[in-house]
Design a protein around this ligand. Structure first.
Ligand code: GLU
Length: 288
């Protein structure tokens, strides 16, 4: 497995923290998906990737449970497992996946420029993004929530309680857009882990993004924080790919549906996010 991009400061801090804790997450024990050799239509993205024998996947490097680099610098998490499943169906082994760090703000540009073949990065499917890229999936449905200090000293039960209060989120995310309806006092960082220190110091009263990202951060920093548990948006996670590459989108949707049926989706969940969260029912893919 290859990893590109310089690690962000928060990812480096995290590697140090994980090294000290001697803990790298549960995905290491997961079995690699079986690599398959299928015949794809000549000229298709699938045929090109199969022929190249390698794929570049954009994912998060600093989000526990979904995409986070371990002590060896290899990303682990549910999004990473989805990437391995897709690669295997293209005849590409884990060793031939290049993982590139994508942050919330650069996902569409990285797909548009061809810097990555796909993005699997807690990436909400929405119409604005569909203007410039296409999505397979959804393969999971999250909802935006709030992370507060343990014991919830400000008594925040939902976004309505944030009027006039400072909140931290990440630029380029749907979380940033959605929270603007409730408060104008928003600090937008490069990654959600960068929001934890402002929450600790009281510079903000809450961190906001998808509930499952917040659950991972709360778990990793237990017992400092808690998730309010009152999701106020729908965030269907999709796999971003080049706009209008319909054959590739159909192929990935087929891989997802197959993984729902043969149990590999549930297994991927249980080995990653499932360490902290219950196993959900997989959502129906949307062949829009
Ligand atoms: N799912 C949301 C989004 O795609 C928030 C999480 C993230 O920034 O990755 O913007």
């Amino acid at each position: 497995m290859r990893v590109t991009k310089t690690l962000s400061i928060s990812a480096l801090a995290l590697v140090a923290a994980l090294t000290m804790a001697g803990c790298a997450g549960g995905a290491d024990e997961a079995e690699a998906p079986e690599v398959e050799q299928t015949e794809f239509a000549a000229g298709s993205t699938m045929a090109k990737l199969q022929e190249a024998g390698e794929i570049t996947i954009g994912t998060k490097f600093d989000q526990p449970l979904f995409g986070q680099v371990d002590v060896d610098g290899d990303p682990q998490g549910f999004d990473v497992e989805m990437g391995k499943l897709i690669a295997a169906k293209l005849g590409i082994s884990e060793d031939n996946i290049t993982w590139t760090e994508t942050v919330s703000a650069n996902r569409e540009p990285f797909i548009e420029s061809g810097e990555v073949d796909v993005v699997i990065a807690t990436y909400t499917i929405n119409d604005a993004r569909k203007e410039v890229i296409s999505f397979a999936g959804p393969y999971y449905e999250a909802g935006q929530d709030l992370l507060v200090l343990a014991g919830n000293p400000e008594g925040i039960e939902g976004p309505e309680d944030l009027t006039g209060k400072a909140v931290c989120t990440v630029s380029g995310s749907t979380s940033e857009k959605n929270i603007a309806e409730y408060t104008t006092d928003v600090i937008a960082t490069g990654g959600y882990a960068d929001c934890l220190e402002p929450l600790r110091t009281g510079a903000v009263v809450a961190v906001t993004t998808d509930n499952v990202i917040l659950a991972g951060l709360a778990d990793q920093n237990s017992p400092e924080f808690e998730v309010v548990g009152n999701p106020f948006t729908e965030e269907p996670y999709g796999i971003g790919l080049a706009k209008d590459d319909t054959d590739f989108r159909n192929f990935i949707n087929d891989v997802l549906e197959e993984s729902y049926e043969d149990g590999t989706w549930a297994e991927a969940w249980e080995n990653t996010a499932g360490v902290v969260l219950d196993t959900p029912e997989p959502p129906a893919v949307d062949r829009y």
